[in-house]
Design a protein around this ligand. Structure first.
Ligand code: COA
Length: 262
């Protein structure tokens, strides 16, 4: 059933499909959408007919990260309900059932870092993965400062999270961030087929095995909180305000102005 604010949720064959659907803004996430995502995961986790969650975007765009307009309003002293974002970031390591994502196109910021909490990720060949936190005057979030180095090693994590270099689907696959590359017209069927495969597994054994593989998540939650504190401070920084303003003015940011004014 279509839901408000660009998140559509449906269920079929033991699988809950959560689709990010805000094409006019490249699937950038608003506070309302974070809320919808949290309730979709809560509801799917609580529903005995659901064995796995699937997260999809649209053709050409998975998710362009947080809505920069919301960030800009926070930077200008406006009322971004940051707690809504933090609730989503806290939910990611606490999702109880397997999550499988299909990425077809753009994945930026939290559109990438959420994947680090999922169990299987499939991507179309033209996809690209970008985490430009530094360029926005921010710091990495969603425990990516812990999970990305753990997954790909410090140097590649630094390239991604600090240098802000986008990764192609091939590179993401080579680094182990993506399970397989699937042609765009096959991607969703591959994701759903895999989710249905999980739905046919013995549910109790599936739950236990997933829990074992994921291990203790206390360090992930602690890092999420640590990052969130810095993120909150950075959002209010002149560097971030300049980066957000520059995005909407479709120009490169000029951080020398910030230095001169500081
Ligand atoms: N927040 C708010 N609006 C966004 C957005 C975001 N994260 N990403 C894209 N949009 C909007 C653009 O402002 C534009 O709106 P407009 O049509 O009203 O001008 C529309 O979506 C289309 O974006 P555009 O930049 O024209 O598309 P593109 O295909 O050339 O580029 C991206 C797509 C995703 C690469 C580019 O939009 C981008 O870099 N977005 C910012 C991503 C980001 O930094 N996210 C935050 C990470 S923490």
């Amino acid at each position: 059933m279509p839901m408000a604010e660009g998140i559509d949720v449906s269920k079929q064959d033991g699988v809950q499909i959560v689709r990010i659907n805000r094409p006019q803004k490249k699937n950038a996430l608003t506070s309302a959408m974070y809320r919808e995502l949290v309730s979709a995961f809560d509801e799917g986790d609580a529903d005995p007919s659901v064995a796995a969650h699937v997260v999809l975007g649209l053709k050409g765009v998975f998710c362009a990260g947080n809505d920069i307009g919301d960030f800009l309003s926070f930077a200008q002293g406006g009322g971004l309900p940051l707690e809504t974002i933090l609730a989503f970031l806290g939910k990611l390591p606490a999702i109880e059932k397997p999550v499988i994502a299909g990425v077809d196109g753009i994945a930026v910021g939290v559109g990438v870092t959420m994947l680090m909490h999922f169990d299987l990720v499939y991507a179309a060949p033209e996809s690209f993965f970008s985490t430009p936190f530094l360029d926005l005057g921010l710091v990495p979030e969603a425990a990516s400062s812990l999970l990305v180095p753990r997954a790909v090693g410090h140097q590649r994590a630094f390239e991604m999270l600090v240098l802000g270099e986008p990764f192609t689907a091939d590179r993401a696959y080579a680094c182990g961030l993506v399970n397989a590359i699937e042609p765009s017209d096959r991607l969703e069927e591959k994701v759903l087929e895999t989710a249905r495969k999980l739905a046919r597994k013995p549910p109790e054994a599936l739950k236990l095995a997933r829990r074992l593989l994921r291990g203790d998540t206390a360090d992930i939650l602690a890092r999420t909180k640590q990052e969130a504190e810095l993120f909150r401070q950075r959002l209010a920084s002149p560097e971030a305000a300049e980066a957000f303003q520059a995005f909407f003015e479709k120009r490169p940011p000029d951080f020398s102005k910030v230095r001169a004014g500081s």
